[in-house]
Design a protein around this ligand. Structure first.
Ligand code: FMN
Length: 321
């Protein structure tokens, strides 16, 4: 069993965080991740208001007695929400671990986290932001390298450099993600000094992932070259699957179209439609370069156990083979 500072702090079996994914990380998916021994993370942004979030938390709590976290989304939104109300509802519902991610500074939520003994995890894509979060009192910092699916930040630094650079700069435990699709990736970031691995893209092609089968089938046939970077012109850089919707967003950016038109082309509602109906051009989907290492659709439990077996074998046999 691989114990790390983070598995001990959070009471999780494996040093794996299952990345929070908008319109995917519903209670059943987060619970599948937690029940598999990893840290499942619920995406609170999908609920927008305290009452539906409370219901989702009740559902999650009924599905798992293992540790889970809830994400607070601080990215810019077409329709902003009152995050503070969601944070208060989480705390009232007994949430113990909260992850923040996004552009807005998390400052205003920190007194609530500290007063209520919340374990606060902050996710970012640069050493500068990691240092800031640690100085504000983050208990764990997650960093994601340039390979990752979703927000890539503005510095374009890959996981193999960003991870040790962040660890050198911080006193608190660091969790690393970006491009990790198997046990080799997990062993690699643990070797770099991370206390757990963050995995997003790999989980898209699992049985429990609530996206259409058409999309899962297409994704397992996608190569490491089939992602692209969009929304750099809006300072909201994202790595996504290079499908027709992503091409349209890039065209709009290149032709200096109106910002709202670009945001609309990349809107979460269109992605949701693609996840539900399986039309592969309907919207964008965040996908990391690790997609090219994925070839099957196991259950979350099978996947996590396979990854951990592989990571353990590598760690034990590194100098013997
Ligand atoms: C489909 C998808 C949706 C995501 N949505 C979010 C999100 O809403 N908020 C967030 O902080 N990160 C989001 N992420 C990023 C993941 O939580 C995680 O940081 C990332 O996937 C790790 O890198 P990897 O994809 O290379 O494994 C998303 C990733 C994917 C693949």
């Amino acid at each position: 069993m691989l114990k790390t500072k983070v598995t001990e702090m959070l009471g999780i079996k494996y040093p794996i965080f299952c990345g929070n994914m908008m319109n995917i990380s519903y209670p059943s998916f987060a619970a599948a991740c937690s029940n598999a021994g990893a840290l499942g993370i619920l995406a609170s942004v999908m609920y927008r208001k305290p009452e539906p979030l409370r219901e989702a938390l009740h559902e999650l709590q009924a599905l798992t007695d293992k540790a889970y976290a809830v994400n607070v989304n601080l990215f810019p939104m077409l329709r902003p929400i009152r995050q503070i109300d969601l944070v208060k509802a989480m705390i009232e519902e007994g949430v113990k671990i909260i992850e923040t991610s996004g552009h807005e500074a998390p400052d205003k939520y920190i007194p609530l986290f500290k007063k209520n003994d919340i374990i606060w995890i902050h996710k970012c894509a640069g050493v500068r932001y990691a240092k800031k979060a640690a100085s504000l009192g983050a208990d764990i910092v997650e960093v994601v390298g340039w390979e990752n699916g979703g927000a890539t930040g503005r510095y374009d630094i890959g996981t193999i450099v960003l991870t040790p650079a962040t660890i050198d700069a911080l006193e608190v435990p660091v969790v690393a993600g970006g491009g990790i699709s198997d046990g080799r990736g997990v062993a690699a970031v643990l070797a770099l000094g991370a206390q757990a691995a963050l995995i997003g893209t790999r989980l898209l092609t699992t049985q429990e992932c609530p996206i259409h089968d058409n999309l899962k089938k297409a994704l397992i046939n996608t190569s490491i070259y089939d992602t692209t970077i969009i929304m750099r012109s809006l300072n909201a850089t994202h790595r996504v699957w290079d499908n027709d919707a992503a091409k349209l967003v890039l065209e709009l950016e290149n032709s200096k179209s109106d910002q709202m038109e670009i945001f609309n082309a990349a809107a979460g509602a269109k992605s949701k439609l693609m996840y539900e109906q399986g039309d592969l051009s309907a919207g964008i989907i965040s996908v990391g370069q690790g997609i090219g290492l994925i070839h099957d659709i196991p259950s979350v439990k099978e996947l996590i156990e396979r990854i951990m077996k592989e990571a353990n074998d590598i760690i034990q046999n590194l100098y013997n083979s």
